[in-house]
Design a protein around this ligand. Structure first.
Ligand code: SF4
Length: 164
């Protein structure tokens, strides 16, 4: 049985920066019953509290953070790069430990976003880009989906488990 790495805030756990969460989602509830889900909140795992100041990546590219070319900064102008990178490494460690090939992560987050992220201006402006964790997982071969792509994630899972 394949395990799926999932953002904790998508599982109704109140770990979002403002103490909020999301869901429920049918696919995630089924996968939870099947025992497939490996939950992770990279920002909390990396040492940040909840609630916490919202953070963004200037330019919105998590790959650049991983390459040491950008900092992650919160709206108090504090550098939280180390916590974000630590959380991404913990998420990758969990993915390796559980042989994860598929992740479902929260869209638009500076950690978890897989397609779009905020641009660092704290003005609600989105750009094409990935969060730090999404970028590291994708770089290491994990397929990363968001909560609006649960059908695609289910298709990818079915393909992985198709009997030859
Ligand atoms: Fe944690 Fe990711 Fe959800 Fe943010 S989006 S609260 S980092 S799980």
């Amino acid at each position: 049985m394949h395990r799926i790495l999932v953002s904790r805030c998508l599982l109704g756990q109140p770990v979002r920066y403002d103490g909020g969460c999301h869901g429920p989602f049918d696919h995630l509830q089924r996968w939870q019953l099947e025992g497939r889900i490996v939950p992770v909140c990279p920002e909390v795992a990396g040492g940040l509290p909840t609630p916490r100041a919202p953070a963004e990546i200037p330019g919105g590219q998590g790959q650049q953070v991983l390459d040491g070319r950008r900092l992650v900064v919160n709206n108090l102008d504090e550098d939280v790069t180390a916590e974000f990178v630590a959380g991404a490494r913990i998420a990758l460690g969990l993915a390796r430990e559980h042989d994860v090939r598929i992740a479902v992560l929260k869209s638009r987050s500076p950690s978890c976003g897989n397609q779009r992220t905020y641009d660092g201006s704290f003005s609600g402006t989105l750009v094409a880009g990935e969060g730090v964790t999404a970028a590291l997982l994708r770089r290491e071969g994990v397929m990363v989906f968001n909560e609006q792509q649960l059908d695609e994630a289910a298709e990818a899972l079915a393909l992985l488990e198709r009997v030859p």
